[in-house]
Design a protein around this ligand. Structure first.
Ligand code: SAM
Length: 423
């Protein structure tokens, strides 16, 4: 019993610390809202001192978009003061308070209450396996034999078998477990994050990075090859409560061109509340697993996108390579040249590396390097053509913006941005 409690609570603490380290920009709001934010009461400004949220991108930083959308950069009249007060009350009720400590504790409790007993047990078994893995990490087979008794090795093998059997019996897999933890973590923290987005700030540097990525997404949609009715669409994968929406609008996207998908239905609820005009005007916010949309799912009506954007979201998916291949082969509009995949992480690849070290279940690996992106998506002999799901793929891509290496000087200047294009 004690092992269960320790393994589960260690995992929960790690989950909360991962989401807390994530910098959320806030939705783009009108000038009046910005003024009202300055006069926020002390108790409100104390809320989530670790500080997510962002001021509206300043106009001088915005490259003009090509559409004649009058409401560019503006949300449909959402009364943010009212919304903020409503959210503050909700946060107090849900998390037991509004200080960072109360939010952290409250989130941990919410995660725990959302975890099924099967998930908790899977964690315990996984934890036991990982402890042995850590002890033997870097050792070859002979060294393990020398350092550990036959009995130790036998027990480790049994534990691994037990874990794998448990996953099979409960219709789980490491990927499903990761996905479930993602859903629970973001659902549990959605209200606190959404509230914080109305009170905190995000650095201009990060805003400019998201804006630049949005511009790459828009350029192809506004290019001469775009359809007559300017209806080319962007898909924002792992859109959360709509962090990128103001940036997408600023660069020129119209509401009907914007689709966002997120595994967390709570996050999507906030995206809909913050940006009601998106769906009114024909855009979409979808509460679903990204892996479930597309051709392989016999979903013949799947929308094709000119741009697919992963904004601080690719690293949260269990299998990046599959996600990118799926995007290339199932979601991008390959009937036109230039359709794009844009991957951005404002904090850079080294930030994600740190998260992976902290919690490899939630963030399984580092962001892809230039070589990996070329190998997965661009090489003629890439694994794409060996992949069972995509063995007939003839689609060619080019990496037009290479991402900065982790811990490089360029990373400090630019964060992580990779852009791939259909050629
Ligand atoms: C770090 S947050 C980023 C949110 C937002 N894009 C931003 O830049 O602030 C990652 C988001 O990815 C979502 N996510 C994780 N796995 C997903 C999946 N399989 N399908 C769709 N969304 C997923 C999470 O729910 C979470 O909201």
């Amino acid at each position: 019993m004690m092992t269960v409690i320790i393994a589960v609570s260690t995992m929960i603490v790690l989950m909360v610390s991962l989401v807390s380290s994530f910098q959320f920009p806030m939705p783009l709001l009108s000038t009046s809202t910005l003024t009202s934010r300055v006069s926020t009461s002390t108790s409100t400004s104390q809320l989530f001192m670790a500080g997510f949220g962002a001021p509206a991108p300043s106009k001088k930083n915005i490259k003009k978009g090509g559409s004649n959308n009058k409401s560019k950069g503006e949300t449909k009249k959402v009364n943010t003061t009212e919304l903020k007060n409503k959210l503050l009350k909700k946060v107090t009720k849900m998390y037991g308070g509004t200080t960072p400590e109360e939010i952290t504790k409250g989130t941990e409790k919410r995660i725990e209450s959302m975890m099924s007993s099967e998930i908790k047990e899977a964690f315990v078994l996984r934890d036991v396996c990982q402890q042995f893995d850590k002890r033997v990490s870097g050792m070859d087979f002979d060294t393990i034999r020398r350092k550990f008794s036959n009995e130790d090795i036998e027990i480790a093998v049994q534990n691994r078998d037990k874990y794998e059997l448990y996953l099979t019996e409960n219709n789980l897999s490491p990927e499903k477990l990761q996905m479930e933890m993602q859903r629970i973590t973001w659902d549990a923290s959605a209200t606190a994050k959404a509230c914080k987005s109305l009170t905190g700030t995000m650095s201009t540097t990060f805003q400019n990075r998201v804006l630049k990525a949005s511009q790459y997404a828009y350029d192809v949609c506004s290019s001469s090859s775009a359809s007559e009715d300017d209806d080319d669409k962007v898909l924002d994968v792992g859109c959360g409560y709509g962090v990128t929406i103001p940036f997408l609008k600023k660069v020129g996207f119209r509401n009907k061109q914007i689709h966002g998908i997120d595994l967390s239905s709570e996050m999507i609820d906030y995206a809909k509340q913050f940006y009601p005009d998106i769906e009114v005007d024909g855009g979409k916010f979808i509460a679903d697993d990204f892996y479930k949309i597309g051709r392989q799912q016999q979903d013949t009506t799947t929308t094709k996108y000119r741009s697919v954007l992963f904004c601080s979201a690719l690293h949260d998916l269990p299998d990046m390579k599959t996600a990118l291949l799926k995007t290339k082969n199932e979601l991008l509009d390959t009937t036109k040249i230039g359709s794009r995949i844009i991957i951005i992480h404002a904090q850079g690849a080294s930030h994600v590396q740190g998260q992976t070290k902290q919690n490899s279940l939630l963030v399984p690996r580092a962001l892809p390097t230039t070589d990996e992106l070329n190998d997965w998506l661009c090489d003629d002999n890439s694994n794409d053509s060996n992949d069972d799901n995509y063995n007939s793929s003839q689609i060619k891509m080019k990496l037009i913006v290479e991402p900065a290496e982790s811990k490089s000087e360029r990373e400090i200047r630019e964060g992580y941005l990779a852009v791939l294009e259909i050629i």
